[in-house]
Design a protein around this ligand. Structure first.
Ligand code: UDP
Ligand code: MG
Length: 353
């Protein structure tokens, strides 16, 4: 009798063990693709079609879960972006659903991306962020997935070439990366916001509370196992770049002042250099006064020096002011965005690891 009880117990044990083990094996990652969109009516439909086709085939092959989805974030667009997103959210004709989040106003690319990531953090195992214009090659998504399956939690898309970019865009972007490196900001060369993050990496990212988010700078601070995927940069599907020169410059400046105190250091070094210079000039003036026949100094040299030094001083004050302004903005701790509406909300992942 005892032996049979033991046998029953053992078989129960094995049954449960295998049931749990098998279900763990079976679990496929639920992927969410986060796409910020600002005045993108010209490309939305095509982007949606191409993205869902790729995700559909990955889901059919069992690479990603069938409830994987696309999440668009409307960053306060002024055109028909939100209307298109609403209709995309309703018309699902394959496995892949599409949701839309509407921000209450234009909060900027980085904040729109954060809003999307925050929304999907508990609804997926991995989230892939990508621009709306599909300039980043989506045919390498399976490589991203492959790396994630091997346990990589942060996969960065890195541009191999920029042949399709305009001359200006190409070199201003390269200059940007060079400048950032010079300023000591650790960012990955030629990586923008095409990246795959595990849900754990997303929570870590969201715990950075700064208002002036510069995601390329924060991601290397996460740590975790990372890797990169190379691809060719393509042409914008349609429409204009939403990063005109001024926005790009302010983006770069924001990145520098959020991650580097180099400008302040340059100011101090300038201060020291000009202190030494003016000391020399002072000594020279003293020498002229004491040992020569009182040459009358022209006002030109005085004016030049005056302008020069007051220019340097104003510049230095400005740089320091930038940092003080940043402290001001951060201490207020204002919310980064508000969600006004959600189209086709998705359910949470039930058995999150
Ligand atoms: N974008 C945004 N809010 C903005 C500006 C841009 O959400 O205020 C989005 C835009 O819709 C696109 C992505 O950010 O999906 C990158 O913009 P774009 O492709 O115009 O930049 P570029 O590739 O020219 O640097
Ligand atoms: Mg683009």
């Amino acid at each position: 009798v005892r032996f049979s009880t033991l046998l029953t117990l053992l078989s129960f044990f094995f049954f449960y063990y295998f049931a749990i083990f098998a279900s763990a094996e079976e679990r496929v990652m639920r992927l969410c693709v986060v796409i910020p969109a600002y005045n993108e009516e010209a490309v939305l439909r095509q982007t949606h079609t191409e993205m869902s086709t790729i995700l559909e085939s990955l889901a059919q092959k069992g690479e990603i879960a069938k409830d994987s989805f696309i999440c668009f974030v409307d960053d306060g667009s002024k055109d028909r972006t939100w209307e298109i997103l609403q209709s995309l959210a309703q018309e699902q004709n394959g496995l892949i659903a599409s949701s839309g989040i509407k921000l209450s106003r234009n909060c900027g690319h980085q904040n729109a991306l954060l809003a999307g990531l925050e929304y999907v953090a508990d609804k997926c195992d991995y989230a892939l962020s990508i621009d709306c214009d599909l300039q980043d090659d989506i045919s390498v998504i399976d490589t991203f997935i492959e790396k994630a399956k091997r346990g990589v939690e942060v996969v960065l898309g890195v541009r191999k070439s920029r042949n399709k970019d305009s001359f200006f865009k190409k070199y201003s972007a390269l200059g940007f990366y060079k400048l950032m490196a010079f300023m000591g900001v650790k960012i990955t060369y030629n990586h923008a916001d095409y990246r795959l993050l595990s849900s754990r990496a997303i929570s870590a990212l969201l715990s950075f509370k700064e208002r002036n988010s510069f995601l390329c700078g924060i991601v290397p601070l996460l740590g975790f196992k990372s890797d990169r995927v190379e691809y060719d940069r393509l042409e914008r599907l349609a429409g204009e770049s939403k990063y005109p020169l001024f926005k790009m410059l302010s983006f770069a400046w924001n990145g520098i002042t959020s991650f580097s105190v180099m400008p302040l250091r340059i100011v101090s070094m300038l201060g020291i250099a000009f202190f030494i210079l003016s000391l020399g000039l002072g000594l020279y003036a003293l020498y002229v006064k004491l040992f020569t026949d009182g040459v009358v100094y022209g006002w030109a040299s005085t004016i030049i020096l005056l302008c020069f030094f007051s220019g340097i001083q104003l510049l230095s004050l400005g740089v320091i002011g930038e940092y003080v302004g940043k402290i001001y903005a951060e201490t207020k701790g204002r919310p980064r965005y508000f969600i006004e509406e959600i189209a086709n909300p998705q359910k949470n992942t039930s058995n999150n690891k």
